[in-house]
Design a protein around this ligand. Structure first.
Ligand code: 6R9
Length: 585
């Protein structure tokens, strides 16, 4: 097999939604993509209505929409009609309490059916849905719910008692807390969601939203400052729908499994909206990764399209191709990956284990949907993210603070990956952070913060992040958020947090800590700090390792030079250190 190119599969074009990339890209328009949806009377548009209700209205109510597999293998099936009924009950439970259009509803849930009712019911009610990752600790939760001005929260009693109740009073706007998995003695000021849904009607008239109404709030991390709330509007469903067709090749008879958690944007755009908008059947597994279990699900559920992430693929590789070969996975016709660089070896391993490559694709919380992809009907270049979605103009640009942006057209020149703004799922704002939002747009480009190259065939190659943001197991982690939590400990004077390369997770979080006078480095203190961070931030965000340093390298303006910490940790060249404050080493 050629290593630099896996030729388009002979069967790939037949019946594919995108059979000929170049021809399709020439004629594509977003208007055509919009016309694939039903809309609401008078130019309205609502994500939940497109995802569920429209299939019921069109007589497809009996089609299986969601198959939920519990941790204990229990299965719960929802047809489009029964899902719609549950979504309606949820929407009514909100509306009855005066929760209205524009109100922000947060979820802190594992992958349970209620998460899907909440997401879609919130949208149907015209409210804004903001999912939080259930492995977050109290601090990331509190930060996001205050920025987002949460009015209601859906969570479990256990999460509530541990992660919310201690600080709830500080969030005056948080009026309603709906609980699942709750005991007979509910905590004060909470509502039993099951009871609320049981007494609510299962019919609900979709609140009329227009394409530019705010629908989703997804938090993402920057290098400095608080997490940023990327605002997405109902029009995003145009992109969710069309990328599902063009990239994931979704057809109504597909059984689709997106392994991402809806607490991250992939799990919402592609773990809820896109497959449902396309009328497919989606699989949700409540359990965490387990190689045998995953193969069993692919086999038993006859999954046809599988969307997963490099960390998971690398874990499967560890288990070996032989495990995959024990299962008949002949229904699987497309495997896609997103979230972090997918090693060329992993793409090729796909061919060895499954008889087909993984199709890498690229996007971000800010872009709302897939922007660059190795399309099914296209040669796959292992290690490349692929080519831009029809309708998207990408470029490699050079951008220096305070100067013009220059597009670099020569092949294989490194620069910042940039996109021409204006697609439906583009973020419309960072909530209440106009300046930060504006900074992302320069010279008619949206700057992604990623460094990349483009080859002479128009394929994009990821090089790295232009900033200090960390990607661990596919999840973005802002170093500042971790540093802030460490600084809350009485022994910590300063903290610098970086990502250290690690074969499975891609990167793991490591912190460097300078202690206050009167504190001495010790193994006991290191453990205490690790525990402190884990308790506040949760296991997904907390550092895996902490090292003590007497001084952290800083710029003359006092910023910790994380890049330099990293170069030193990895024994790499220190680069430009002209702004470095002199330091005692
Ligand atoms: C969807 C999602 C976005 C950042 C992005 C980039 C990295 C995503 C990638 C990739 C290399 C790929 N990233 N896909 N890097 N190859 N195929 O992951 O959104 O959590 O906002 O992360 O992830 O650095 O800028 P988000």
């Amino acid at each position: 097999m050629e290593w630099d190119r896996i030729r388009k599969r002979p069967d790939a074009g037949a019946g594919a939604n995108l059979a000929d990339y170049d021809a399709y890209a020439k004629t594509f328009s977003w208007e055509q993509a919009r016309a694939l949806l039903d809309g609401l009377p008078g130019g309205g548009l609502n994500i939940a209505s497109e995802a569920v209700e429209r299939h019921v209205k069109a007589g497809r109510g009996d089609k299986l929409a969601l198959r939920w597999i519990g941790r204990d293998d229990r299965i719960r099936d929802f047809t489009y009609a029964t899902l719609d009924a549950a979504v309606n009950r949820f929407a009514n439970a909100l509306a009855q309490r005066g929760i209205a259009k524009g109100d922000r509803i947060f979820s802190l849930l594992g992958r349970v059916p209620e998460l899907y009712f909440a997401a879609l019911g919130t949208l149907k009610n015209g409210s804004v849905f903001s999912p939080l990752f259930s492995a977050f600790g109290p601090e990331p939760i509190k930060a996001r719910m205050s920025i987002g001005d949460a009015r209601a929260l859906i969570t479990t009693e256990a999460f509530y008692r541990r992660k919310i109740e201690p600080w709830r009073k500080e969030l005056a706007g948080l009026k309603y807390v709906f609980l699942i998995e709750c005991s007979a003695s509910l905590p004060p000021d909470t509502i039993d969601l099951a009871a609320a849904m049981a007494q609510a009607s299962d019919s609900f008239e979709t609140v009329r939203t227009v394409p530019e109404d705010m629908a989703l709030l997804h938090f993402t991390s920057g290098t400095t400052g608080k997490p940023k709330g990327a605002v997405h509007v109902h029009e995003a469903v145009v992109a969710h729908n069309i990328t599902g067709k063009l990239v994931l090749d979704l057809h109504a008879d597909d059984i689709f499994w997106c392994t991402a958690d809806p607490g991250w944007i992939t799990g919402t755009s592609y773990g809820i909206i896109s497959p449902l908008a396309n009328g497919a059947t989606m699989i949700v597994d409540q359990a965490e990764f387990d190689a045998e279990r995953w193969y069993r699900i692919l086999h038993d559920q006859k999954v046809t399209i599988w969307y997963t992430a490099p960390t998971a693929i690398r874990m499967l590789m560890k288990a070996g191709a032989d495990v995959a070969k024990r299962f008949d996975l002949s229904n699987l016709r497309l495997m896609a990956s997103v979230g972090e660089p997918l090693n060329p070896e992993a793409v090729i391993w796909g061919v060895e284990a499954f008889g087909k490559p993984f199709h890498d694709n690229w996007w971000q919380t800010e872009t709302g949907g897939i922007m660059i992809s190795n399309f099914l009907a296209m040669d796959v270049k292992p290690g490349s993210m692929g080519r831009p979605l029809p309708g998207i103009t990408a470029g490699i640009v050079e951008h220096r603070e305070g100067s013009e942006v220059r597009e670099m057209t020569k092949p294989m020149v490194m620069g910042e990956l940039a996109l021409r703004p204006g697609w439906p799922s583009m973020m419309r704002a960072y909530l209440n952070e106009e300046a930060r939002y504006k900074k992302s747009f320069v010279g008619g480009w949206y700057l992604t913060g990623d460094l990349a190259m483009r080859d002479s065939d128009g394929y994009y190659w990821f090089v790295g992040r232009a900033d200090d943001v960390i990607k661990s197991s596919g999840h973005l982690i802002g170093p500042f958020e971790v540093e802030s939590a460490l600084m809350e400990h009485k022994a910590v004077a300063e903290a610098g947090v970086i990502g250290i390369p690690e074969p499975t997770a891609g990167e793991v979080v490591k912190a460097y800590v300078a202690l206050k006078d009167g504190f001495e480095p010790s193994e006991a203190l290191r453990k205490e700090l690790l525990g402190h961070a884990r308790q506040r931030l949760g296991p997904a965000v907390a550092p895996k390792d902490i090292a003590f340093r007497q001084n952290l390298p800083k710029t003359r303006s006092g910023k910790i030079m994380r890049r330099l910490l990293k170069a030193r940790e990895l024994g790499l060249p220190e680069g430009d250190i002209s702004t470095l404050e002199s330091e005692e080493r």
